[in-house]
Design a protein around this ligand. Structure first.
Ligand code: HEC
Length: 185
């Protein structure tokens, strides 16, 4: 019958002891490697943001001015986007009003100036002040008609994308015998 002699026991204890020492050593090495930089958040050592990085980021609400956007706007793309307006507006000279007034020659046209069209009181108020549809006014109106002109009867949600508005305005500008000059960016 086989019996564990002291030599074999020694080997077993030796192996256990060796494993413990190895594990301890591993722990010491590991803590030496990983505890140099205490993490900002337990579990993740987040990279520190560079100085001024957040200050340089542009505000989300900031929109490039229409004068700058018009530099790269495309009337052909604008014509396609203006399909949204065509349910209510004509774009052809002399084609007359639909739900809304004809938009031929709209850039720099006096607000609410189509003879015989039943404008809202809000539009008449703007017209009475002698305002016209410059690039800025068109950009703001098309972005959100009701927020630009409270009480307008143009029931259109607006075009949220600044580049798409610029394309539409570039198209509207082209609808003229003498297109208005582009604004200085
Ligand atoms: C659901 C119909 C409808 C849609 C769609 C619509 N409009 Fe209008 N629009 C109107 C009406 C109605 C008015 C008159 C608003 C008032 O009197 O308050 C108007 C007025 C305007 C005016 C002022 C015209 C003037 O003689 O002073 C402009 C500019 C205009 N729309 C541009 C657009 C553009 C550009 C689009 C597409 C992006 C568009 N509209 C889409 C109905 C519409």
């Amino acid at each position: 019958m086989h019996q564990l002699d002291s030599f074999e026991l020694n080997k077993i204890f030796g192996a256990i002891l060796g494993t413990c020492v190895f594990a301890m050593g591993l722990g010491i090495v590991a803590s030496a490697i990983f505890s140099q930089h205490p993490p900002a958040v337990p579990g993740y050592d987040l990279p520190a943001p560079e100085e001024g990085a957040s200050a340089a980021a542009p505000a989300a609400a900031e929109v490039t001015p229409i004068a700058v956007r018009l530099q790269t706007a495309d009337p052909a793309r604008g014509q396609k986007a203006a399909a949204k307006c065509a349910a209510c507006h004509n774009f052809v000279e002399g084609a007359g009003s639909k739900v809304g007034p004809d938009l031929y020659n709209i850039v720099d046209r006096a607000k609410g100036s189509v003879e015989g069209f039943g404008y809202s009181a809000a539009m008449k108020e703007h017209a009475a002040k002698g305002e016209k549809w410059g690039y800025e006014e068109l950009d703001h109106f098309i972005a959100n008609p009701r927020s630009y002109m409270k009480g307008t009867i143009m029931s259109f949600a607006g075009i949220a994308k600044p580049e798409e508005r610029a394309d539409v305005i570039a198209y509207l500008r082209s609808l003229s015998h003498a297109p208005a000059p582009l604004p200085n960016p």
